[in-house]
Structure formats: structure tokens, C-alpha cells
Write a protein of this length. Structure first.
Length: 85
């Protein structure tokens, strides 16, 4: 028995920003710019999936990044990140 439309609403709503932005992402400027945009979007979505506010996560990580020791850079990944304070 096929699923009813109501069962797909969450999936459709989650995919809507991707579908709407698809044409815009074709014009990132260059391959490297597109790769950077994809990395940032991945971080934002990973932060959401880990229960973090993406803005607070990125603000904190970008503030801490210049002084974060290279050996501890993994602590800034969304699944391990803990806000300072």
C-alpha cells in the first residue's frame, strides 16, 4: 500500500531549500567556491542534526578557530562541539 501524502511532508519540507537553491548553486563563481559553499552547508546541516543552533555554532567555531590547537581541531566538529561559557 503506498504512503499517503501526509507521510511525506517532513521529507518534502526538508528537501525544499535544496530544490529551490539548486539553480543558484550552479553559479557559485568557480569550482572551489562551490566546494566551499558545500562545506559550509554541510556544517550547518550537521549542526542542526546534532541539536545546535547553526548560527551560534558557526559564530563560536569561527571565533575559536584562530587559537584552537591543530591537535584539538576535531573538538569543533558539530558532533563533538560544546559551547564555551
Amino acid at each position: 500500500m503506498p504512503l499517503q501524502g501526509a507521510h511525506n511532508n517532513r521529507v518534502e519540507n526538508a528537501n525544499r531549500p535544496i530544490a529551490l537553491g539548486r539553480k543558484n548553486w550552479l553559479f557559485a563563481g568557480s569550482l572551489r567556491a562551490g566546494q566551499r559553499a558545500a562545506a559550509v552547508m554541510s556544517l550547518v546541516q550537521s549542526a542542526r542534526l546534532n541539536g545546535h543552533d547553526p548560527y551560534a555554532y558557526l559564530k563560536d567555531v569561527l571565533t575559536r578557530l584562530p587559537t584552537q590547537p591543530a591537535s584539538r581541531i576535531g573538538e569543533l566538529l558539530p558532533h563533538r562541539w560544546q559551547p564555551e561559557g
